[in-house]
Design a protein around this ligand. Structure first.
Ligand code: SF4
Length: 330
């Protein structure tokens, strides 16, 4: 894959360690955090869970000890090998598609000829969910930037055709001010806002839709990722959030399981909390969609759009879009 939005490749082209966490280490980490109250787990495996050889063992263990919600992201290419595992143990599965046919998929993701396999695998997963009767969210995910946001309408059609529960659009996030190519969508871009406005008011949909959080002026600096997640890498090293590769400088679980509360990460959180202006934040946070996110969400069972916005730490408010006309299209 050559996805332009791959944060880890943007940070460092040699980022991928090609090492897998030993199941014994994974279980030690999971047990530790479970016994300290953590109940939700996102398995990442350097961005692709289906290449982790111990996926079944680690997922089964997580449910066995009591994790209530397990989720993961996949590009869907090898999904077919893990249908039983994902259908049995996962509560949400996000499949990155980023294109509505082979041509648009290949243009964005840099790999030709796999689109049909990915969509067939999603179809098998949807069918497995139907057979099991489990509550589970299967979502198609699409990263949008200035380059491809006009494909959103066709992406929604694809999601409806596949019978998934949700399509979620993520805004492109550059982690370097010098990154070239894609550019994030901004709330002062009239063409972007008009396009989203058109999506909101054009028709009713058969699938839940989460529109991208736009970059723009924020009145509050709050990040659910920074304060709500603990990120642990393959070698046990921590990271402040999923937009930074894990690194020894943030501490290592196997030397000090509480290191994520100390030193570098603690300093990072304090600096973030004291920010009074976007320029006080690191570039990577300034251009981040997780910064006080606002999303427009469509709920198909009610045929209704709502705006979701941050009201405080881990708290969100919802506003009815039609009633309050909260979406200010220029
Ligand atoms: S705002 Fe900063 S800390 Fe939060 S997710 Fe984005 S990059 Fe990470």
């Amino acid at each position: 894959m050559r996805c332009p939005h791959c944060l880890l490749r943007q940070h460092d082209k040699d980022f991928f360690s090609d090492e897998d966490m030993e199941p014994a280490h994974a279980k030690e980490i999971l047990s530790h955090f479970y016994h300290r109250g953590t109940r939700k787990l996102l398995l990442a495996a350097e961005g692709e869970i289906t290449v982790y050889p111990h996926l079944l063992e680690v997922s089964a263990f997580s449910k066995e000890i009591g994790f209530e919600e397990i989720g993961g992201f996949t590009n869907g290419i090898l999904l077919g090998r893990h249908i039983d595992c994902l259908a049995t143990f996962f509560d949400f599965i996000y499949v990155s598609v980023d294109g509505y046919d082979n041509e648009t998929y290949a243009r964005h993701r840099g790999v030709d000829g796999v689109f049909d396999a990915v969509t067939a695998n999603i179809g098998s997963l949807v069918e497995a969910k139907r057979r099991s009767g489990r509550r589970q969210c299967i979502a198609v995910v699409c990263v949008v930037s200035q380059r491809n946001y006009r494909s959103m309408e066709n992406m929604i059609r694809l999601a409806e055709g596949l019978g998934v529960d949700r399509i979620e659009f993520f805004n492109f996030h550059a982690v370097s001010p010098n990154y070239e190519g894609c550019h994030p969508l901004r709330d002062d871009d009239r063409a972007v806002v008009r396009y989203l406005h058109h999506l909101i008011y054009s028709r009713r949909y058969a699938v839940e839709i989460i529109l991208p959080a736009l970059i723009g002026n924020k009145t509050a600096y709050y990040c659910p990722n920074l304060f709500g997640f603990v990120m642990v890498g393959t070698d046990g090293s921590f990271s402040p959030c999923n937009y930074f590769p894990t690194h020894e400088k943030y501490g290592n679980f196997f030397r000090d399981p509480d290191a994520f509360r100390k030193k570098e990460i603690s300093r990072f959180k304090k600096a973030f909390s004291r920010a009074a202006d976007p320029s006080d934040l690191e570039f990577i946070c300034r251009e981040c969609v997780a910064l006080s996110p606002e999303n427009f969400i469509y709920f198909p069972s009610e045929d209704r759009w709502r705006r979701r916005f941050v009201t405080g730490p881990f708290e969100y408010g919802y506003e009815d879009v039609a009633r309050n006309n909260a979406f200010h299209a220029p």
